[in-house]
Design a protein around this ligand. Sequence first.
Ligand SMILES: [Zn+2]
Length: 177
Amino acid sequence: MSKDVFKGIADPVRRQIIALLARSPLNINQVHEYFPDISRQAISKHLGVLESCEILKIYKAGRERYGYLHKPAFVALHTWLQPFIQLEEHSLHNDYEVFLKNTDYAPGMPFSHPVMLQAMLSKDANFDGSFYIAVKTTGIFCKPSCSARPKPENVLFYDTKEEAIKNGFRACKICKP
Ligand SMILES: [Zn+2]
């Protein structure tokens, strides 16, 4: 895949230009008409970036140069995204903000370590009550949605409060697990 295809779509003006070109090939003056607040030079630069990352190709008609969208760039973007879409499609609990693969979690099974870490980092309250996060450096345990931000390498996970307490951790005063 073109190595700079993500650079091409990284800028909001370039994404707008791509949306325009999806309707019709345009030359630079036609593109510029849609952006009265942006200089022609800046538009030219954006078009140059899109061309260099092969999101657009140039069609020459007489002295005019028209930019048109180059399909392989979009196929490359789609190919890159597809595994994440599949992950979402295959996740069982779409209420959660994190990806849950079948292999990571099935109803009745404990959550896997990566899933709990993702849940902690996203502070998803849907996980509250499912497990508890104990922080080795502070001796405190929390709900997944707690506003505290422990480092991933300092945390342990417990299925129940009782387990966390038995292992010497105290309940957090902020989230009151
Ligand atoms: Zn807490």
